[in-house]
Design a protein around this ligand. Sequence first.
Ligand code: DQA
Length: 144
Amino acid sequence: MKIKVINGPNINMLGIREPDIYGHTTYKDLVETIQNYCKKSNIEVDIMQSNHEGDLVDMIQDCYNRYDAIIINPAAYTHTSIAILDAAKAVNLPMIEVHISEVDKREEFRQTSYIRQACIKCIIGHGINGYLEAIDTLKELIEK
Ligand code: DQA
């Protein structure tokens, strides 16, 4: 099983950005935690981050025929990007949307998610543990 984890703008600023909302875990910690978790479960994983919408579209398109599933935190592009939704629909792979913070309890503009309609599950407000829960769900789905 091979999965890609795609992170949108400012996720690389974890640990620095608004720690009261996103916690103190750094992006490096996040990457290492996911890598270690996948290693234990015998899952191949590539973890990526970009601040640019088109890069995120490319990262999704590149999964076609190469990955079994995608975990995505499109960050602010969650709430705006039809291009990312269309890319997800195009590759048609099992995809899980993850948000570190409780987006559902924050500003009104964060209540819209375009990517959600292409996702089999959405994990909100579980901190970086949300990524690990997404891995468990995909493992169960794909390795069954
Ligand atoms: C986020 C929530 C988004 O609203 C925000 O723009 C982010 C991070 C989260 O993981 O909680 O950058 O996706």
